[in-house]
Design a binder for this molecule. Structure first.
Ligand SMILES: [Zn+2]
Ligand SMILES: [Zn+2]
Length: 251
């Protein structure tokens, strides 16, 4: 599979980063994690003749603002959209007139909106499990079993037990890094993580590699600043990758 970081900014777009979106492509289907403005790039990358799964961590706008572009893609098969438990109504209120077209009109007939409590009601071609994360609004992390590998998605969250559980032994963890070094280390209830916390989570969970994303746009104002912050945390976990837009990881 190919994991492509399409948008690696938290909060808002900048000249060098778009808001949150990560794409996983396999031979048979595509999985899109969150729908910030980075989602526009799926147009060139996704094979729309194959099934597409859109998994949303939560409904903050930096993870959903790209949803109004859904009808610019040419999905040829019904799309499955997953939102955190209890968030279907809020999703439907966000993606509707007068803000944009109704979500169901932007995807093919037969598309489904599911919440994380309903995952057992439908078939997925990959293993999927979820747990709530530490964030001010309902928010779920995902653990996916794809082609014999485990990929975990942790956005947005502070350091918490559920993040550790979802990440346990994963081949790749895609983790949020919204905060600057030294700003949330001593705040156990923080809504975001920083590079050192991410590295500690990777070590504690025994993961193979971790790519950081969701760099807070107000905090990280250049790519070199991201690189330096992540490099410092590699003393704790060497296989820590700095996420930048369009980075590809082959698993
Ligand atoms: Zn966010
Ligand atoms: Zn958020």
């Amino acid at each position: 599979m190919i994991v492509t970081m399409l948008g690696t900014n938290g909060w808002f777009d900048t000249d060098f980063g778009q808001t949150m979106c990560t794409l996983i492509r396999t031979r048979d289907y595509s999985v899109i994690l969150d729908a910030g403005y980075g989602i526009r790039r799926i147009k060139e990358l996704v094979d729309f003749s194959k099934p597409v799964y859109l998994l949303l961590s939560h409904l903050h706008l930096d993870h959903t603002i790209g949803l109004h572009t859904l009808d610019s893609f040419h999905f040829q098969q019904p799309v499955k959209i997953v939102v955190p438990a209890g968030q279907k109504q809020a999703f439907a209120e966000l993606v509707r007139p007068p803000f944009t077209n109704p979500w169901a009109k932007m995807v093919p007939e037969g598309s489904e909106l599911l919440d994380t409590d309903e995952l057992g009601t439908t078939a997925f071609p990959f293993e999927i499990s979820t747990l709530p994360l530490q964030h001010p609004v309902p928010d779920h992390g995902y653990r996916l079993g794809i082609e014999g590998k485990t990929v975990t998605y942790l956005c947005d969250t502070g350091f918490c037990d559920n993040a550790l559980t979802l990440a346990g032994g994963a081949d790749l963890v895609i983790a949020e890094c919204g905060a600057l070094p030294g700003t949330v280390m001593d705040k156990p209830n923080a809504p975001h993580m920083e590079p050192e916390l991410c590295a500690r989570l990777a070590v504690e969970a025994g993961v193979s590699q971790m790519v950081l994303t969701h760099f807070g746009a107000g905090a990280y104002t250049s790519i070199p600043q991201r690189m330096n912050a992540v490099a410092a945390a590699r003393t704790i976990f060497p296989n820590l990758i700095t996420g930048v837009d369009n980075l590809e990881i082959v698993l």
